[in-house]
Design a protein around this ligand. Structure first.
Ligand code: DGJ
Length: 754
């Protein structure tokens, strides 16, 4: 083992406790689900059952590990015969190609995407992996494969979650030979679907325009979604969902997956010549090359996969519940709880002051924020080093004495006196060339000696793969949090890599940076949280550039986008929630028009508030300039939000009407796990004469229970009952076509079980 940071895996017992409680709180329909994993030694078949899904694979007659089934849960007595390899196709595609292997080595004439490709010291590049042995684990199996001739061992890890049916898969690659081997491509897992017609859903974007849901037919050939950037990226997100037939929000089979990795990654969705589909994902093989010396191991990220028969909506509800129960970190206060606490409502100074922070200005904002009912005051960029704008200061994490002559303590004390806790912005992985840190350690950045260093936002990337850099970053963060009463760090990351050299290592080993950088990032976050168990952290990367299930093991929330225009956010939030729970989706109310170059739209405070209230609410406006009426509206809505926040951020989410594709209307609904409360938000872009808001038919309620309707914002149309059964709200629905009209309108109401 190369001292690689191990992903913390929850203890099986703890996992069971979380799962059981979660079943009661979040997904009661799965409450009776049991995890089961069995090996049929006669047929050599492994089977894992959890939630509403089953997964099976076996050892075929040649010794390969072959996928047999992934889909709806089978009966406990159903038996699989031994795996039979698929036949070859004429003389061009061998059986080895056509057989859906769990983890195929590149060798024996493989033309589909390999899971593993290596080069041996003698130039041999042929790798054929056969079953060697296995052990049962608390939630599944560890299955060992070995090359047919050489001592390359791969242990495939399978862990099935009892409640959600989400299967976590990863691989450990081990060189037990005497000579070094270079791993050129390593997937976490390959998933297979039988020949059929499918629709692929995936998320793409750009800075200030993240989270676009793409839906396209899976066609022959490969669709590659990836990041070559060193981090997750705004442009693609490591999540997919494949639906049988056309996409549908509420019905039909959906297979989905999310890769827990915040470095360069790749997911390849491939339809072969016989119409079968494979999804292979893990480290991005572009510029990859990880040298395994004798006895060393490489561990891949975890690729989570799940199945729903309730369309894309069902898939995201399963994933949200799993994230809350098993991915998101706990603090000291929530260590033994089934769910993290809903996020404090924050105020963030960025859009009000940008870099112009100082003690008096921040104190004045803090007073205004406290008066609105805000829980947490966060000071953003500009408080440290010689930071007047983005040209200087990154790397020098001391308090700027001109702006804060007495350090941060007076501000933090003031924030506490006002009844809020305090959060602070940092960007630990970056350095401005104009900084003391860079002047002292110019070699600490990613670079190729003798080549230009490409700056973006006037900054360079520190090489976290280096132990001295890693320790420096942990050291200053630990000091900052130890010396100041800081509850929360907004951890930013404002550029992607260039010149990814690591000249401390021999030339052949330098590409290890793609793994070690991200491992060390996770290590720093993990150590910092261990030292400061009350600390909470947000993952921000110029908006949503680093959101994935890897970083979410160490961060409590994410910043989805620098675009906080409330209308744009509706589509972004819609896309975001296909993969990630609203619990982590920070959403600020900012000034209108929003401070982006091209944004001219003006919207009301209620519209902005309701757009943000669908996630974890924050305020990022210059509240010093708000009118008393604006402040009173925001205060009223923050109070209303506090009352129903757990239902919104941890309940089951139904996207009733999507804002995608230019829809004039949109609506979301969340339902608390016990079905005792539901919250509905609805938005209008612009109505046309004779075309009103569609009748809203709710979902997920108890049909036999009575629910009373109360308004958070808006009003009922005459004739709408204030009390009716769940059956009424779901089947008859609610007609707003006359009362809810206009441009950029929003309304919200709650239903409470009587
Ligand atoms: C990018 C972030 O997304 C913003 O919210 C803000 O923190 C700036 N960086 C500060 O430089």
């Amino acid at each position: 083992m190369m001292g690689r940071f191990q992903f913390p895996r929850r203890e099986p017992l703890q996992m069971k406790a979380f799962s059981f409680a979660l079943a009661l709180l979040v997904v009661p329909t799965l409450a009776l689900a049991q995890n089961a994993s069995r090996f049929d030694s006669g047929a050599k078949v492994f089977r894992l059952d959890g939630g509403a899904s089953s997964y099976a694979f076996g050892v075929n007659g040649r010794g390969e590990l072959q996928q047999l089934y992934w889909g709806g849960r089978l009966d406990a007595n159903d038996k699989f015969p031994q795996a039979r390899p698929k036949p070859g196709w004429a003389s061009f595609d061998t059986s080895y190609n056509n057989t859906p292997q769990e983890y195929a080595g590149w060798g024996a004439g493989l033309f589909v995407e390999p899971a593993l490709k290596v080069t041996f010291a003698d130039g041999n590049r042929d790798l054929v992996l056969h079953y060697e042995s296995h052990t049962s684990t608390a939630n599944g199996f560890d299955v060992v494969l070995k090359d047919i001739a050489r001592p390359i061992f791969v242990t495939l890890h399978y862990a099935m979650d009892a409640e959600s049916g989400i299967l976590g898969r990863s691989a450990t690659i081990e060189n037990r030979g005497a000579n070094s081997v270079t791993v050129e491509q390593a997937a976490a897992a390959a998933w297979a679907l039988p020949a059929g017609q499918y629709t692929l859903n995936y998320l793409t974007g750009r800075w200030a325009g993240e989270w676009t849901l793409n839906q396209e037919e899976v066609r022959h050939g490969a669709r590659v979604i990836e990041s070559r950037r060193g981090s997750t990226g705004h442009q693609s997100n490591p999540w997919f969902a494949i639906q049988e037939g056309p996409s549908n929000e509420n019905h039909g089979s959906v297979w989905f997956g999310a890769l827990a990795w915040s470095g360069s990654w790749r997911i390849t969705v491939e339809k072969d010549q016989l119409d079968a589909v494979r999804v292979t994902g893990g480290y991005n093989p572009f510029d990859f090359g990880y040298v395994l010396k004798a006895g060393e191991k490489l561990e891949t990220p975890v690729f989570y996969g799940g199945y729903s028969r309730e369309g894309l909506g069902g898939a995201s509800r399963i994933l949200h519940a799993y994230e809350i129960a098993h991915i998101l970190p706990r603090t000291a206060a929530t260590a033994n709880q089934t769910a993290p606490k809903p996020r404090p409502v924050i105020y963030n100074s960025w859009e009000a002051t940008e870099f112009r922070v100082n003690e008096a200005g921040q104190m004045a904002l803090a007073e205004k924020a406290a008066a609105l009912g805000i829980d947490r005051f966060v000071m953003d960029d500009g408080w440290f080093g010689q930071r007047k704008d983005d040209h200087a200061g990154l790397g020098d994490w001391y308090v700027n004495k001109e702006k804060f002559p007495n350090g941060l303590k007076p501000l933090i004390d003031k924030v506490h006196t006002l009844g809020m806790d305090f959060g602070l912005w940092v960007e630990p992985e970056m350095v401005n060339p104009d900084s003391d840190l860079f002047r002292a350690h110019p070699d600490w950045v990613l670079h190729f000696p003798g080549r230009p260093e490409t700056e973006q936002r006037n900054q360079l990337v520190l090489n976290l793969a280096r132990t001295d850099v890693r320790d420096y970053i942990l050291g200053f963060l630990d000091k900052l949090v130890s010396e100041n009463d800081i509850a929360f760090l907004k951890w930013d990351y404002n550029r992607n890599w260039s010149e990814p050299g690591w000249d401390q290592l021999p030339a052949a080993e330098q590409k290890k940076v793609y793994v070690s950088f991200t491992d060390n990032l996770y290590w720093i976050l993990s150590e910092l949280r261990k030292k400061h168990p009350k600390l909470e952290i947000e993952s921000c990367s110029g908006g949503g550039g680093r959101v994935d299930l890897g970083i979410l093991r160490y961060t409590d929330e994410v910043w989805p986008s620098d675009n906080t225009d409330p209308f744009d956010r509706l589509t972004q939030q819609d896309g975001f929630t296909y993969a990630y729970t609203p619990q982590v989706m920070m959403a600020w109310v900012t000034d209108s028009p929003h401070d982006l170059e091209h944004q001219i739209r003006v919207t009301s405070i209620p519209y902005r508030m309701l757009s943000s209230m669908q996630g974890s609410l924050g305020i990022g406006a210059d509240i010093a300039k708000w009118t008393p009426e604006d402040a009173a509206t925001a205060k009223r809505l923050i109070a209303a939000y506090h009352q129903v926040q757990p239902t919104i951020v941890q309940g089951a989410l139904y996207r009733l009407i999507s804002p995608r594709d230019g829809s004039e209307f949109s609506a979301t609904q969340t339902v608390r796990a016990d079905k005792g409360q539901s919250v509905v938000f609805a938005f209008i872009h612009s109505t046309q004469e004779g075309r009103g808001f569609p009748t809203l038919k709710l979902q997920g309620l108890d049909p036999a229970a009575e629910y009373s309707l109360s308004w958070i914002e808006g009003k009922a149309q005459p004739g709408t009952p204030t009390v009716a059964s769940g059956a009424w709200w779901m089947n008859h629905g609610i007609d707003f076509s006359d009362s809810f009209r206009g441009d950029f309108q929003a309304m919200a109401f709650r239903l409470d079980k009587k």
